[in-house]
Ligand binder design. Structure first.
Ligand code: SF4
Length: 354
């Protein structure tokens, strides 16, 4: 039996027609160059076109070329990426930009197979860049495309064989002119109509050929995997001394290179030398499988002459509150930092120059 038999000419025609009418212009649409397309696709892995737009423009103003990113300092790159999460993607973009200068004379390669040699470039990004920027017939299949194909064919499970079949079909059906438009159409239909929960079948151009819909099982395909969430609580010590705040730079793990307020249990002699000045609102820091409730407390010295705190690990430093804006931080820590600055502004007995 042929796999995914209802993904045929009719499917491609209906999808492309829908995209011409309802597709959202990509942030790079005004000036489609490979670097802009690449950046936008990396950002789009975690959010929608509309949400990416302002962040994309800001990034491209700061790093308009691979050369500018390759020359940037890691802290600046992470600060510019702040709020987008998955900081490894920003680090990989910077490493790939450097590699393009070292090995490709500053020119982004056209072929997906070459792009895949670059740090952090997987099958999807390679195919998206090569099809959008260089009109190569490369299917870029992400979770959206996979979900649509699974529902169209009414299959509860998905495997490597189906993935390859889908890729081959999409490449065969791509229009001669602007082949990447079929990739874009699939991705956007998945973001706007065939969404993960409660797909909007009434608005779908593929409703007439969709097996899941005809069987009434579109809500249960693909089967949902329950994601285990591990709750955590972290007490943060905001040590405020001589108008400066102690910060900690993470040197390992997924937050490597980001600055955070240190956990209380990392401060030697916390109770002995410091007293609590203020409790700030709790913040939720979600990462990988964790949901970490951050409990931030501001401390000040019990006396001015005692020993300075030493951290059990990591790089640290005292910063003027005004400097915190410059440091890259995870979003939840940024909220703590904003609350801290608000508090210091409102209480000028502790700090006069925020
Ligand atoms: S008909 Fe519904 S389930 Fe089928 S592809 Fe369209 S939105 Fe998805």
């Amino acid at each position: 039996m042929m796999l995914l038999e209802n993904l045929n000419e009719e499917f491609a025609t209906a999808l492309l027609e829908w995209f011409r009418e309802k597709g959202v212009a990509y942030p790079w649409a005004d000036s489609p160059d490979a670097w802009g397309i690449w950046v936008s696709e990396v950002m789009l892995q975690q959010t929608t076109v509309a949400a990416v737009e302002p962040r994309y423009r800001r990034w491209m103003e700061r790093f308009p070329s691979t050369e500018s990113l390759a020359a940037a300092d890691e802290e600046e790159v992470l600060r510019e990426w702040e709020g987008l999460g998955y900081y490894n993607r920003a680090r990989n973009l910077a490493s790939a930009a450097a590699e393009i200068h070292r090995s490709y004379g500053g020119i982004i390669p056209e072929e997906a197979s070459e792009l895949r040699q670059l740090p952090g470039v997987g099958e999807y990004i390679a195919a998206a860049v090569s099809s959008f920027a260089f009109s190569k017939r490369q299917a870029a299949i992400d979770a959206n495309g996979r979900r649509i194909a699974q529902r169209l064919s009414g299959r509860e499970s998905w495997d490597k064989e189906l993935e390859t079949a889908l890729k081959n079909i999409v490449e065969e059906l791509m229009p001669l002119e602007n082949p990447g438009s079929l990739n874009a159409a699939l991705m956007q239909l998945g973001q706007q109509v065939c969404i993960p929960r409660s797909p909007r079948c009434g608005e779908c151009p593929l409703a007439g050929i969709c097996l899941a819909r005809s069987m009434g099982v579109q809500d249960v395909i693909p089967a949902r995997r329950r994601k285990e969430v591990i709750p955590k609580k972290t007490r943060l010590a905001i040590l405020f001394n001589c108008e400066k705040v102690l910060m900690w730079k993470k040197n390992k793990g997924i937050g490597r290179g980001l600055w955070v307020f240190p956990p209380e249990n990392e401060i030697e002699g916390l109770e002995k030398y410091w007293k609590v000045m203020k409790l700030l609102p709790e913040q939720i820091h979600s990462y990988t499988r964790y949901r970490d409730v951050l409990i931030p407390r501001i401390f000040r010295r019990k006396d001015e002459l005692g020993v300075m705190p030493s951290l059990r690990s990591e790089k640290s430093g005292f910063f003027l509150p005004g400097m915190l804006q410059e440091l890259p931080m995870p979003t939840a820590y940024r909220r703590v930092s904003d609350d801290l600055i608000e508090f210091l502004k409102s209480d000028n007995t502790h700090y006069m120059n925020v």
